[in-house]
Design a protein around this ligand. Structure first.
Ligand SMILES: [Zn+2]
Length: 388
């Protein structure tokens, strides 16, 4: 930075003393010409810096900073854009901090946003799990309001279709906001053996995972390999659902629900199908070899999210980033049990959505195409709850 400043200053001084100016288009206003050299330099520096700021700097800004700064979703029809680990989404809704059978953990992170289908599914799971005997869900990270890469944590969770649910049941007494920030989770897996700690595992965990896997929208559930092994070793009767439960690093205190691309998201990139079968075979045995746990050879290599710029994301994500805010978080909070998102206040403030003409849709800039399918309303009512 110092070197840049020095070289800029040098070039500016040369420009001011008769050498070819750095920026030919900079016209020095008349009053400035009578100023001393320092004043002229300072004035030019301001102009040059302004020019630099307006240059492609915006495009090169890290996407995680831009998306991480958004407090509210983009008002639009719900749409996931890109892939789970490289994308964003519009029309997100929030799960309320408290529900009859759930509580949102780490609320200060503001990651309780998702595609309406994802939020509805979590709320439904909370009710179904309660009926199965699980006291309630502690809801972990879902997505940022407009998705995108995060400042910390997760590679995925970018398109509103991933959610983490703790494997700790909701306590009897309501957690305070402070407890939700600080309460530590229970690790269910021994870090050395990668096996489940039997004293902590209960049949209720199996029922919860089975219930989560039972929904058609759910394509995968990620768990620690030790948990997958526990299921493989103990589930009796119907085992078909084990196919959706996939072993992965981490996920030793929470499980991760991933639903598929939803209707209305033509730019959503589907993941590969899971391999046929229960997954209790060689593919699981591999996790209990040394190979997956070798130390990272390049621990300092930056993660993808630390390099992604807007240019790395689908072009439509710029429109999501630029999209209008709703009136408030409350206006786009999804209350289950048949109470829809409060859409009305949003409708009054949302600008008319851009629409592609029938003939020229393909020629429109990406920022318009991103919302081409947006109907006249700002936020549509959520679709019927999954499974209903
Ligand atoms: Zn996750």
């Amino acid at each position: 930075m110092t070197m840049l400043k020095r070289s800029l200053r040098g070039r500016l001084l040369r420009g001011a003393t008769g050498f070819r100016p750095l920026f030919m288009h900079v016209v020095i206003p008349k009053p400035l010409r009578s100023f001393g050299r320092h004043a002229l330099t300072a004035a030019l520096a301001v102009l040059v810096l302004a020019g630099l700021a307006a240059r492609p700097a915006a495009a090169e800004e890290l996407a995680k900073n831009l998306f991480g700064a958004k407090q509210l979703p983009a008002v639009a029809a719900p749409q996931s854009i890109g892939f789970y680990s490289k994308g964003c989404f519009a029309g997100g809704v929030a799960i309320p901090l408290n529900g009859p059978k759930w509580e949102v953990m780490r609320p200060s992170r503001n990651r309780r946003w998702g595609h309406p289908t994802m939020i509805a599914l979590i709320e439904k799971l909370s009710r179904d799990a309660a009926a199965d005997g699980w006291p309630g869900l502690l809801v972990g990270d879902i997505s940022q309001p407009r998705g995108g890469p995060m400042l910390t944590g997760h590679a995925s969770h970018q398109i509103g279709l991933d959610a983490d649910i703790w494997l700790t049941p909701m306590p009897d007494r309501k957690l305070s906001l402070e407890q939700r920030e600080n309460m530590s989770a229970t690790l269910l897996v021994d870090e050395k053996t990668h096996l489940v700690k039997d004293a902590l595992w209960a049949a209720a965990h199996t029922r919860l995972l089975k219930r989560a896997a039972s929904y058609a929208e759910v394509e995968r559930i990620l768990v620690n390999p030790g948990i997958k092994k526990k299921l493989c070793d103990t589930v009796k009767g119907d085992r078909a659902w084990l196919r959706k439960v996939r072993p992965f690093w981490g996920h030793d205190y929470h499980f991760h629900i991933r639903i598929g691309c939803q209707p209305g998201s033509p730019k959503c990139k589907a993941q590969e199908n899971t391999a046929p079968g229960e997954g209790c075979d060689q593919s699981l045995a591999w996790w209990f070899t040394e190979e997956p746990w070798r130390p990272n050879k390049n621990p300092d290599r930056p993660k993808a999210r630390d390099l992604m710029t807007m240019a790395s994301l689908p072009a439509a994500c710029q429109a999501v980033l630029d999209g209008p805010d709703p009136a408030s978080a409350e206006a786009v909070t999804y209350y289950g049990d048949g109470v829809p998102v409060a859409a009305a206040p949003v409708l009054m403030t949302a600008p008319a959505p851009a629409r592609a003409s029938a003939s020229g849709g393909a020629a429109l800039p990406a920022s318009v195409n991103a919302f081409a399918a947006t109907p006249e309303i700002g936020i549509p009512l959520p679709r019927p709850r999954p499974g209903n």
